[in-house]
Design a protein around this ligand. Structure first.
Ligand code: SIN
Length: 275
């Protein structure tokens, strides 16, 4: 049997796992290792995989129920898989601002599994930032201020995407739900570690604060959360897979490959309301 190996990718976030074939059902031991590494490092990477969409769905369902994203166009024939596509003639990509998937839901998606289907000849990397590190590096004073504070998260940006081009790949006024409150500092449901939980795409203000009052502190937290030391930049190759924990990381897709196609398949996994 191939030995499972775990190689940390950076100081605070990400680990590459080798010795696991994702085209097969994971054994209990493999599943435990993947989950434990995911919860500790925030995102796990796999290389040189040959997963069919059926394998992608099976892997996801071994971890949790699938939480179908209501805004993304699904992959033809696979309603549980969201398509993340940018064509050579398109200029705008999906996910170009820092975010945590589904933070606008009462029970945000616990994780997301992204499989590279077609990668550009260069660029198109995804950057991950550790929200454990972001929290740990706040001063004790600011930690005290944030403890017990809640922030509003909104899906309203999907109602009418500013850009018509992206509107064809995302969107839907009828699927926007009321804004939700999330704790600014969450406790990971499995590790019990604290993590910062605000992101520039979906977080719009603190509970009981005006927009004007919220903005300076939110801007500070958005910038602090993604300091380079807390980040890892992942370069995709054919057969690459990334599986991240939305409670531990934020991510951003770099849009630097105009004139080339990038096609990814994403599954989001059901989570629980955050504490
Ligand atoms: C996403 O925001 O989930 C997509 C990330 C990517 O395409 O790299």
């Amino acid at each position: 049997m191939t030995q499972i190996q775990i190689h940390p990718s950076a100081g605070y976030v990400g680990a590459e796992i080798s010795g696991i074939d994702l085209s097969q059902t994971l054994s209990d031991t493999e599943l435990e290792q993947v989950k434990n590494t995911l919860f500790e490092y925030g995102v796990v990477f796999f290389r040189e995989q040959t997963m069919r969409p059926e394998d992608h769905i099976r892997l996801a369902e071994q971890v949790s129920e699938i939480d179908i994203n209501r805004f993304f166009k699904p992959v033809d024939g696979y309603p549980k898989i969201a398509e993340v596509r940018k064509e050579p003639d398109q200029t705008v990509n999906i996910g170009s601002m820092w975010h945590s998937d589904h933070s606008y839901d009462t029970a945000p998606a616990m994780g997301s599994i992204l499989v590279a289907r077609e990668v550009p000849p260069y660029g198109g990397d995804t950057v991950f930032a550790s929200m454990y590190a972001a929290y740990d590096h706040l001063s004790d004073g600011l930690k005290t201020t944030l403890e017990g504070l809640k922030a509003w998260h909104t899906s309203s940006g999907f109602a009418a995407p500013a850009d018509k081009e992206i509107g064809d790949r995302l969107g839907g006024q009828d699927r926007v739900t009321p804004d939700v409150l999330q704790n600014v500092v969450i406790k990971h449901p499995v590790t019990g570690r604290k993590a910062l939980y605000v992101n520039e795409t979906f977080t719009v203000g603190f509970e009981g604060w005006t927009a004007e009052e919220s903005k300076p502190l939110l801007d500070y937290l958005f910038a602090h959360a993604v300091k380079p030391a807390f980040c890892y930049r992942f370069s995709w190759r054919p057969g690459s897979v990334a599986f991240w924990d939305n409670r531990v990381v934020q991510h951003l897709a770099i849009n630097d490959y105009h004139g080339h196609r990038r096609l990814m398949h994403r599954i989001t996994l059901k989570g629980v309301p955050l504490q």
